[in-house]
Design a protein around this ligand. Structure first.
Ligand code: BGC
Length: 760
């Protein structure tokens, strides 16, 4: 049910007189006329109010400080948007303040980090990206929008499209991994899902692409750290996902905390104006990250008045939490730091967003809906969790387990619902409705002995940061003895180990990305029993698992699988679901290999074969433990009969491969296509993903999978930032992951002009 304006007569009058729309005017013109009229009535303070975004002081925090006195400021017309308001009732009340008590009745816009689901929690984004299923990803975003808008959310701080090649960074869990092409497809799918057909649909919310830009490339994997990167690399690798989200119509974009080549993103005019608006044609609005305007003072750029003005002039429209201009307006104007015209530009963009969201027509558009019946999304949560799980190892077909196998279920994460939710679920997860792995497995076997086996960590500093009470975890030796005894009485050990929810996410960077020593000791004791050990990993990042790979019979990477995680893991373990996930990020052998990713360049001294005077390490193999694109299933799929050719007519590379399921189990196969530019005027990556197809193959079934790759997609950015496609030889590779591929060489000779589609 939509709440009627007639229930708020004062507001109805205010809104009605604010909609002077001439019949027959085009939508943009209508909007412009409406906003011109509104702005002509606004004081400069009211305009600054529109560019001011605050948290709600009666709710939860997702940053280091909380806004104060919010209701009073709203009633004074000094606030444009509010985020982190927990209840619908609070949202309705403060919206009333804005529309009934302020002079012009301009509605507020409500934001929230709806990152991987709202009430129904899907796997963390890194996990979901391993599904390689764009339709699924779009459906999860759409469902999240349905739930969130039914509780008054207009605007989500998602998708996070930061490319990441350093698993030490805690926020890798929120990313789509290491690849620009896959990341771009996911960015588009999420924007489509959130924003739906039209932003003024009550079930649509505005996407906010973040964190612009290069936030995932911080030095040393440390959060918020600086980035120093060539423009060429940015254009080629790091910027495409943001551009894809912008092209998909994202309404807003959030600046990142980091410094880019000496200028923090929040005040970076080249980034926020020249590139974003000038080159890309973005016409939405920009918002800072949490207090990142104020933090420009810590970057050493001046006092709050100076940095806020600089950010605004650079193209930053909305200030999240710092209230920088609001607190210093007179000073900024008197000292010539800002003019009213500067403020007008930003204010107009916020008003346009509210207009597009339908808020001027009905400020209660998303505040009066019927609650969503969450049960309808349970099966989507299960589908998402199943499809995100990646089977990393499966020796002598230890998996799938037979029904009623005697299982020793061991590990500190085996009987938790909460830790399965991962980062960014705190705001909204209904963890009580979740399913633990123990409860999932109990659907398949009644002979299960469960024991925790070990604390997550015994590092006191880490334990404090991740909310683990070491004292309460029990005596480590007794816990291991108990686990070993359970293993000895069972047919197989299922060890649920890895990271709890707080070990990844914001400001959770780690220098050690292997299992915590307490957990490794447990695993060693379990392996020593001689029983097959199936390691089920919960994690928000790629981990280093060389020992585990060498000693466990099977490894199932479940990530943080969300609300239905326990059922999904059990379905995979017992073969109800044939695992289909593929890594969207390389797993290094050890942290010293970081950064390691499949699309590295060869150097003049390639490491294959590795010997003296070649690039690489002398104490470790050069390849990763698990490459990008990798993942097993319970079926075997053969690849054969690959073809590739260049079609000069429609300027595409045409390639195909025959895939045959040589097992008796149906499977979803993700067929991946990579291209290497063999000779070019600049150095090029060893290979780049340029396409993939997911096909269902019944037992024994064969299919020919075809790809059409426009040659315009095989171009690159030159050092002076021209996008070119050079003629010559290319190697096309097709396979189940980035390493095991069939290949074929093609050559094209006609010159193709590609300026029109540089970011595809
Ligand atoms: C995070 C953003 C988030 C914002 C609002 C910041 O700390 O970096 O990703 O959207 O808080 O909660």
């Amino acid at each position: 049910m939509k709440m009627s304006l007639m229930r708020f007569p004062a507001l109805f009058a205010a809104v009605l007189c604010a909609l002077p729309v001439a019949a027959g005017t085009a939508p943009d013109e209508k909007m412009d006329e409406f906003i011109d009229d509104l702005m002509s009535k606004m004081t400069i303070e009211e305009k600054v109010g529109q560019i001011t975004l605050v948290t709600y002081d009666k709710s939860f925090m997702t940053g280091a400080t909380q806004s104060k006195g919010v209701e009073k400021k709203i009633a004074e017309g000094k606030i444009g948007g509010v985020f982190n308001v927990r209840t619908l009732e609070d949202k309705i009340n403060i919206q009333k303040l804005a529309v009934e008590q302020t002079r012009l009745g301009i509605p507020l816009m409500f934001g929230l980090d709806v990152i991987h689901g709202y009430r129904t929690i899907w796997p963390v984004p890194l996990a979901l990206s391993c599904s390689w299923d764009m339709d699924l990803i779009e459906r999860t975003a759409r469902a999240a929008a349905d739930e969130a808008t039914s509780e008054g959310i207009d605007w989500t701080y998602s998708p996070m499209v930061d490319l990441v090649r350093d698993p030490r960074w805690g926020r890798v869990a929120e990313s789509s991994g290491e690849d620009p092409w896959l990341g771009s497809r996911i960015a588009e799918a999420m924007v489509r899902g959130y924003q739906g057909e039209s932003l003024d649909d009550p079930q649509s919310m505005m996407a906010c692409v973040k964190h612009f830009a290069l936030y995932g490339a911080g030095e040393g994997g440390r959060d918020y750290d600086m980035v120093d990167m060539s423009l060429n690399r940015m254009y080629q690798e790091y910027l495409p996902p943001y551009k894809a989200a912008v092209d998909a119509g994202a309404g807003s974009i959030m600046s990142s905390f980091n410094d880019i080549n000496g200028v923090p993103a929040t005040a970076n005019k080249w980034l926020l104006t020249d590139l974003l608006r000038g080159e890309w044609g973005f016409d939405g609005f920009t918002v800072s990250d949490y207090t990142s305007v104020g933090e420009l003072t810590e970057h050493g750029l001046g006092n709050l008045a100076e940095v806020s003005s600089r950010a605004l002039k650079a193209g930053l429209d909305m200030d999240m939490v710092s209230e920088g201009v609001m607190k210093n307006l007179d000073y900024c104007l008197e000292n010539g730091l800002l003019t009213e015209a500067d403020i007008d530009v930003a204010c107009r963009r916020i008003l346009e967003a509210k207009y597009k969201l339908g808020l001027f027509e009905d400020p209660y558009l998303r505040l009066g809906a019927e609650p969503v019946d969450r049960a309808k999304y349970r099966s989507l949560a299960l589908e998402a969790a199943r499809k995100s799980i990646v089977l990393l190892k499966n020796d002598h077909d230890v998996l799938p387990l037979k029904k009623d196998t005697k299982v020793a279920l061991v590990g500190p994460l085996a009987d938790t619902k909460w830790e399965l939710m991962g980062t960014w679920a705190g705001a909204a997860a209904m963890a009580d409705e979740g399913v633990s792995i123990k409860s999932g497995i109990s659907r398949y076997t009644s002979s299960m002995i469960h024991t925790s086996g070990a604390p997550i960590t015994d590092n006191p500093g880490l334990a404090r940061m991740i909310g683990v009470n070491i004292e309460r975890s029990g005596d480590p030796d007794s816990l291991i003895a108990e686990a070993v005894s359970a293993a000895e009485k069972s047919d197989v050990v299922v060890a649920v180990l890895g990271e709890n929810a707080k070990m990844s996410g914001e400001s959770s960077s780690m220098t050690w990305i292997g299992l915590q020593p307490t957990q490794r000791r447990l695993l060693e004791a379990l392996v020593a029993t001689g029983k097959d050990v199936v390691l089920v990993l919960l994690n928000g990042r790629p981990m280093t698992l060389e020992w585990e790979d060498a000693h466990c019979a099977a490894i199932v990477d479940a990530w943080a699988p969300g609300l239905q995680g326990g059922n999904a893991v059990a379905d995979v373990l017992f073969g109800e679901y044939n695992p289909s996930g593929r890594l969207s990020m390389t797993f290094p052998r050890n942290v010293g290999q970081v950064p390691i990713y499949y699309s590295m360049k060869s150097t003049g001294r390639p490491h294959i074969p590795f010997r003296k005077y070649r690039t690489g390490y002398i104490d470790c193999p050069q390849d990763p433990l698990y490459p990008f694109g990798y993942g097993l299933s319970y079926s075997t799929v053969d690849y054969s009969d690959m073809t590739a050719s260049y079609d000069a007519g429609d300027k595409t590379v045409k390639a195909s491969v025959k895939v045959t399921n040589v097992s008796d189990r149906a499977v979803t196969e993700t067929v991946q296509l990579y291209v290497r530019d063999v000779v070019a005027s600049v150095t090029r990556p060893m290979k780049e993903l340029k396409g993939f197809r997911q096909v269902e193959l019944g037992p024994g079934e064969s299919r020919t999978v075809s790809f059409d790759v426009p040659v315009s997609e095989l171009g690159f950015w030159t050092p002076d930032l021209q996008y070119v496609v050079e003629t010559g030889k290319f190697v096309v590779e097709i396979g189940p992951d980035s390493q095991r591929t069939l290949s074929s060489e093609i050559e094209y000779t006609d010159v193709v002009s590609c300026q029109a589609v540089p970011f595809k």
